[in-house]
Design a binder for this molecule. Structure first.
Ligand code: HGY
Ligand code: MN
Ligand code: MN
Length: 410
């Protein structure tokens, strides 16, 4: 049976962590100097592992097997949130590298075709799951035109800065794939709370979001009477409060919604804010619940506007990501591997985070496995997992991948 090398796995994870390390976390946003350094480092590791490495025109790093296909594709993303953890994405990227090496070292699997990938910008600096969407033909010229990040940096400038302007872009249709496997940290509390070590994902939540723009009347905080004020912040707080009151009435068991970005302008204590912005994101495994959230949000905007204070305008904040169902057959292979290696300490579960597998499953069968996150923490410098769980997860992925390859070969 294929056997991974746990120390080699941990060593590569720690080397990748050092690229952008900030305290215990990592700052390696898409196309940043650290991100591109990590991508070139990864390409060199792919070459060492016997893969033909390339960085494509949106920054995806592909390692292609020399063996005849169709290939099994493994990977995740190596870009991070602005204040990210060291394992979000990186775990699955280095797992893929280690599984490629372990399968190549095993006579029974050395002739199998396994490609490895690190997707670009899963964390949505410019566009949610940009790299995997581009690979799947879901990043249109219209979506790319004028694209910029929240600080106004143009996507085209970031590409040029990274030396990727006019570089060919990978397409799923260029190659024959059996499917895609992504390993990831759970980023939530469930596995640890239930004393489990492996999660096999059945559904990845869908996601929607809106940006609310508030236009009022900037004025003096002391001389402007409360009656007749057009305070953009008051309207923002009223809408945010109403969302937290009304959303639970239409929510599902694991629905979540977050208002993680609010801007008040000019942001001075003695000035009545003339304008403001609030960003809402919501997620659920059921599209109908996402639709309800959107309808409730529009109703609440109309109610705030009817009060005659600051005016509110709502716009979709990002491309809607539909809930994604993982391949049943692949789940079975991964579950058998999990049962074998984890002594039964595994479960089937939904993913509350979105992942590239949620995009790639539109063009090929996909499956995901999770390892526990300590304290359920992620998207924070404190994000961490136990070494023993990191090693176990990679071994489960390797055994599951070998099983899928064997089944495909018959
Ligand atoms: O936000 C997410 O679900 C992912 O970690 N980017
Ligand atoms: Mn993330
Ligand atoms: Mn991630």
């Amino acid at each position: 049976m294929v056997e991974i090398n746990g120390e080699r796995l941990l060593a590569d994870l720690r080397t990748l962590r050092a690229m952008g390390a900030t305290g215990t976390g990592v700052v390696r946003p898409a196309f940043s100097e650290m991100d591109m350094r990590a991508r070139h480092w990864l390409a060199a590791r792919y070459q060492e592992a016997g893969l033909a490495a390339q960085i494509d025109g949106v920054g995806n790093v592909m390692g292609r097997s020399p063996n005849p296909g169709p290939a099994l594709l493994l990977g995740s993303h190596s870009d991070t949130q602005p204040t990210g953890g060291w394992l979000d994405g990186a775990l699955g990227v280095i797992y893929a590298l280690e599984v490629v090496r372990a399968l190549a070292e095993d006579p029974a699997t050395k002739d199998q075709a396994v490609d490895a990938i690190s997707w670009q910008d899963e964390e949505s600096r410019f566009y949610g799951c940009l790299g995997s969407r581009s690979f799947c033909g879901d990043f249109s010229a219209e979506a790319e035109a004028g694209l910029a990040d929240k600080d106004g940096v143009a996507f085209s400038d970031a590409l040029a800065q990274a030396g990727l302007a006019n570089v060919p872009r990978l397409r799923a249709t260029d190659h024959d794939y059996i499917g895609f496997l992504e390993a990831h940290i759970e980023q939530g509390p469930h596995l640890e709370a239930d004393g489990l070590r492996i999660g096999i994902v059945d559904t990845i939540v869908g996601l929607g979001g809106m940006v609310f723009s508030f236009t009022g009347q900037q004025n003096h905080a002391g001389t402007t009477m409360m009656a007749g004020r057009k305070d953009a912040a008051t309207a923002l707080y009223a809408l945010a409060h109403a969302i937290n009151e009304e959303f639970p009435k239409v929510a599902g068991a694991r629905s979540v919604w977050t208002m993680g970005r609010a801007v008040l302008r000019p942001g001075a204590p003695s000035i009545v804010p003339g304008s403001a912005e609030l960003e809402l994101q919501y997620r659920d495994a059921d599209s109908a619940v996402l639709d309800k959230f959107e309808a409730v949000a529009h109703r609440l905007v109309a109610e705030v506007n009817s009060r005659g204070g600051a005016a509110v305008e709502a716009k979709p904040s990002r491309v809607r990501i539909a809930p994604a169902h993982m391949d049943q057959g692949f789940q079975k292979h991964l579950s058998q591997a999990a049962a074998l290696h984890s002594g039964g300490n595994w479960t089937s579960m939904p993913s509350g985070a979105f992942h590239d597998a949620g995009v790639v499953c539109k063009v090929m069968p996909c499956a995901m496995l999770f390892i526990p996150s300590i304290g359920g923490v992620s998207h924070d410098f404190a994000e961490d997992s136990h070494d023993a769980d990191i090693i176990l997860g990679c071994q489960v992925l390797a055994t599951g991948a070998a099983s899928i390859l064997a089944a495909a070969a018959n």
